[in-house]
Design a binder for this molecule. Structure first.
Ligand code: ZN
Length: 275
């Protein structure tokens, strides 16, 4: 099954918000998944995480996590590198406790270095993270994201190659790919090609548990500027949905539109009408 996830607590959630209320409200709208936006910091209160886990289980909601933005696995400063690793490990630990399937991470910045050298640095950091994760019994997926700016490490090939090395799978952010290429990756043909490449790295079974991001996006030749509502963008979202349907893609597709639940439901309803 492909779950359409709202990116955070829905805007129309009544009261003071919070993930538990957000989950209940999303469920009442007919949404079956949520990405928890831990982009500023990872919540470390285990009691609250367990309340989220229980609510999600009771409602049958699928969960994913977005790790903090303040991560650079290519940092030359030992302290910053270690802090990045800790943020990822904390997000994985709390994510697993909440029952989430995958944690997406913005891996690194090139910092004007040769991409091959950056790959090696990110590889070494990931190796360390995975060893530490294993010691903690963490089995949740570490989903390195395809990134929207040309200064950011995270082309499709980079995250696929890295994921294959460690037996994990990336977060394919379709909007970021569209923005980074200054308008490519938008048509049915292009998305089919993307899934072909994905499958060529991770195998056909990998298409049954994907972590995807989608939204409209504003961009320039340098890539991403900001996410946009679907209907205010040039995203050929119906083409994308067609490909998802035809190829039987499963997992979670997080809608990162500023309109949150509205666009999540737009995608979900259109998808459900496809034959
Ligand atoms: Zn992201």
């Amino acid at each position: 099954m492909l779950h359409f996830a709202v990116a955070g607590v829905p805007r129309s959630t009544p009261g003071s918000g919070g993930t538990v209320l957000g989950l209940r409200h999303a469920h009442s709208l007919g949404i079956t998944a949520m990405e928890m936006e831990w982009v500023q910091r990872v919540p470390m209160n285990e009691e609250r995480i367990l309340a989220i886990q229980k609510t999600a289980t009771d409602l049958g909601m699928t969960l994913t996590v977005h790790a903090p933005y303040f991560i650079n696995l290519n940092s030359p400063e030992e302290e910053k590198l270690e802090a990045s690793k800790i943020r990822i490990l904390n997000a994985m630990e709390m994510g697993q406790l909440a029952g989430a399937k995958s944690v997406c991470v913005h891996p690194a910045f090139y910092m004007k270095m040769d991409p091959a050298e950056v790959y090696d640095n990110v590889y070494r950091a990931t190796d360390d993270i995975m060893k530490r994760a294993q010691k903690k019994g963490l089995t949740i997926n570490l989903g390195f994201e395809t990134m929207g700016k040309i200064t950011q490490f995270g082309t499709l090939e980079e995250v696929l190659k890295l994921s294959k090395e460690f037996g994990i799978y990336p977060t394919v952010d379709a909007a970021h790919m569209h923005a980074r290429s200054n308008g490519k990756w938008n048509t049915e043909k292009e998305w089919n090609e993307m899934f072909d490449i994905y499958e060529s790295y991770l195998g056909p079974e990998s298409l049954k548990s994907m972590h995807l991001h989608y939204s409209g996006i504003e961009y320039s030749e340098k890539g991403e500027r900001k996410h946009l509502p679907l209907l205010e963008s040039d995203a050929k979202w119906e083409d994308f949905l067609h490909v998802l349907k035809k190829r039987g893609i499963e997992g979670a597709l997080v809608c990162e539109s500023p309109l949150m639940e509205e666009d999540t439901l737009l995608l979900q309803n259109a998808f459900n009408k496809l034959k």
